[in-house]
Write a protein that binds this ligand. Structure first.
Ligand SMILES: Cc1cc2nc3c(=O)[nH]c(=O)nc-3n(C[C@H](O)[C@H](O)[C@H](O)COP(=O)(O)O)c2cc1C
Length: 79
């Protein structure tokens, strides 16, 4: 699931689309089923909100902090 989801997000980015992975679609499936016409016979595993980013929208200027990659990664054989 992770591989598929991130492939979709990265492909979207290539086409200029922003995305936000959301498990809200799993927790509140009736909203998504209604909006997207998804029947009860299909199980919703994850949702991805997508759209063209508006860099001027204040919330989009927020930069969340990240620990350095090396702090959470052990590289073996790539020194
Ligand atoms: C599997 C998964 C499910 C997520 N579900 C939600 C969600 O339901 N609501 C939400 O606000 N963010 C959710 N997120 C986090 C957002 O996709 C995003 O990573 C987060 O808003 C942090 O944004 P940033 O990476 O730009 O800091 C989820 C992330 C993952 C990987």
């Amino acid at each position: 699931m992770g591989t598929v989801v991130y492939s979709i997000c990265l492909t979207a980015l290539h086409y200029g689309l922003g995305s936000c992975i959301e498990d809200q679609g799993v927790f509140y499936p009736e909203v998504l089923r209604d909006l997207a016409g998804i029947p009860d016979t299909k199980r919703i595993m994850i949702a991805i909100a997508m759209g063209y980013p508006d860099p001027d929208f204040p919330a989009n200027r927020l930069k969340s902090s990240r620990v350095p990659v090396d702090e959470i990664t052990t590289w073996v054989g790539f020194e």
